[in-house]
Write a protein that binds this ligand. Structure first.
Ligand code: PMP
Length: 296
């Protein structure tokens, strides 16, 4: 699904066939989860493929690497240029790009000098799909910011996400919603969370969540469209009475939610602010005007 015999990846300075690339079994990243990565989307636009907020994503990759004491040998500009080359090599326009920075051999719990950089891309439908999601509050909390850098996109952090999504699916739901260490709603396993009540949107403040680039785009769109969005702490019970809710993420884009813990939201998705923002988001990433959309 992620590659075939034609797929080309960038690995340590060379363009290589994905099917022929190999890796070491003794790496610190494989054993201890100390790698950093990004999830980025490119969109087909009237001006060709455009990588949405490439600079922001690669700046976050640098931030994640710094926090994990990883010496990333490419600048933001170089990574951006390589990413466009990656799309050309693979003849992709609408694509999901996955830069991964992983470490070499080291079984000690110390920084590793050997650093590998891999860039790959594939066509990926909207993660979480197009159906409204039935969401369950997770028994797993998001990692405490005193246990790791929650704003860094570190491979090992995703064991928490895998546990949460698996639990939700085993209980018959589509996705999990995780609380922070104080019991306030934090975010999904791979997406930020918003809810709407009385024409106002609410989302968790930064601090205990990944600072999503889509979340930031939604805040910018709210500002431009005159939608009030408040960043504040709230509980799952606050969400039970919401008018609507949605997840945001590069892979998920804007994903509407039907219910939390079987409490169905008051508005039809098509009548919600989230729906309007999902249209505005598509127009932003595809660089079209969103003047056609009128907010109610
Ligand atoms: N939270 C988590 C835990 C994530 O993995 C992601 C996906 N990167 C997000 C939020 C959304 O971030 P972004 O909008 O930058 O993709």
């Amino acid at each position: 699904m992620y590659f075939n015999n034609q797929t080309t990846i960038f690995l340590d300075g060379k363009w290589t066939k994905a099917a022929e690339a190999t890796t070491d079994l003794y790496t610190q990243s494989l054993h201890y989860g100390s790698g950093v990565f990004e999830g980025i989307r490119a969109y087909k636009t009237e001006d060709g493929a455009k990588i949405f907020k490439a600079k922001e994503h690669f700046e976050r990759l640098h931030y994640s690497a710094r926090k994990m004491h990883i010496n990333l040998p490419y600048s933001v500009e170089e990574l951006e240029k390589l990413s466009y080359e990656l799309l050309v090599h693979n003849q992709l326009e609408d694509a999901y790009l996955r830069p991964l920075v992983y470490l070499g051999q080291n079984m000690a719990l110390q920084p590793t000098e050997e650093v590998h950089v891999m860039l790959c891309a594939w066509s990926w439908d909207r993660y979480l799909g197009d159906q409204l999601l039935r969401v369950k509050t997770s028994s797993f909390q998001r990692p405490n910011p005193k246990s790791c850098f929650v704003e860094a996109k570190v491979t090992g952090h995703y064991t928490n996400s895998i546990l949460a999504t698996t639990e939700a699916k085993q209980k018959g739901y589509d996705e999990a919603l995780l609380l922070d260490m104080n019991g306030f709603v934090a975010e999904g396993p791979g997406a930020n969370f918003f809810y709407e009540k009385d024409d106002v949107l609410y989302t968790a403040p930064l601090g205990n969540i990944l600072a999503g680039i889509t979340r930031q785009t939604i805040l910018e769109l709210c500002n431009e469209l005159g939608v009030e969005c408040r960043e504040k702490f709230f509980t799952a019970e606050d969400v039970y009475n919401a008018d609507s809710a949605f997840f945001t993420g590069t892979a998920a884009e804007v994903a509407g939610i039907a219910s939390l813990d079987d409490h169905t939201f008051n508005l039809k998705w098509e009548d919600s602010l989230g729906y309007q923002l999902s249209l505005a988001y598509q127009n932003r990433v595809r660089k079209k005007e969103y003047k056609l959309f009128e907010l109610v």
